[in-house]
Design a protein. Structure first.
Length: 185
């Protein structure tokens, strides 16, 4: 895996191999960030179920103001910290180890995120709860992106409105905004 564009372009991310880790492919990440390009500069970004941190590092590379990485696996958060240190990334991010839904509920009281990237395990049984908690952290005009198995539909909370689906093989990127929000030009 490598960073596609920006200040960190071309840097490789170590891809550990442990059960449950399913990094977003370079191709899908490139597609995602081509769509998100106008939203990245200066954005507050949440990378939940961060795994290797590839999504968050891509956002930092492209000019995000701050990225919060959240993952329940201490091996993943340690790998993110090692990558940041190896690349000399000293600021602009925070790493949290813990359950994503619990962190999202805690973060609801803090500053809102312009962009929320959710890449949960495809087998996660309670995606609805994750979406509901994430909706409470989304800034007005913000965008939430869920990577999911194409074969699996998701029960969506009423607080979110599906804007777009992008399919790539057995993965789908589903884009949401706050329900009733006006689409930006």
């Amino acid at each position: 895996m490598r960073i596609i564009a920006g200040q960190l372009k071309g840097r490789r991310i170590a891809s550990p191999a442990w059960d449950g880790l399913r990094p977003t492919s370079d191709r899908l990440r490139e597609t995602l960030f081509n769509v998100l390009a106008p939203r990245i500069e200066g954005a507050r970004v949440l990378d939940a179920f961060a795994g290797t941190g590839a999504l968050g590092f891509e956002a930092l590379s492209r000019g995000a103001a701050h990225v919060e990485f959240v993952d329940a696996d201490p091996r993943a958060t340690a790998a993110i910290a090692r990558t940041a240190a190896a690349w000399g990334v000293e600021q602009g991010y925070t790493i949290h180890v813990g359950d994503a839904v619990a962190w999202l509920r805690r973060l609801e009281r803090g500053p809102r995120f312009d962009l929320i990237l959710l890449d949960p395990p495809y087998s996660l049984p309670h995606v609805h709860a994750v979406l509901e908690a994430a909706a409470g952290c989304l800034a007005p005009g913000g965008l939430l992106v869920l990577e999911r198995a194409t074969r699996r539909d998701v029960e969506e909370p009423v607080s979110l409105e599906r804007v777009r689906d992008l399919r790539s093989g057995d993965s789908t990127l589903t884009f949401y905004r706050r329900a009733g929000a006006v689409e930006e030009g």
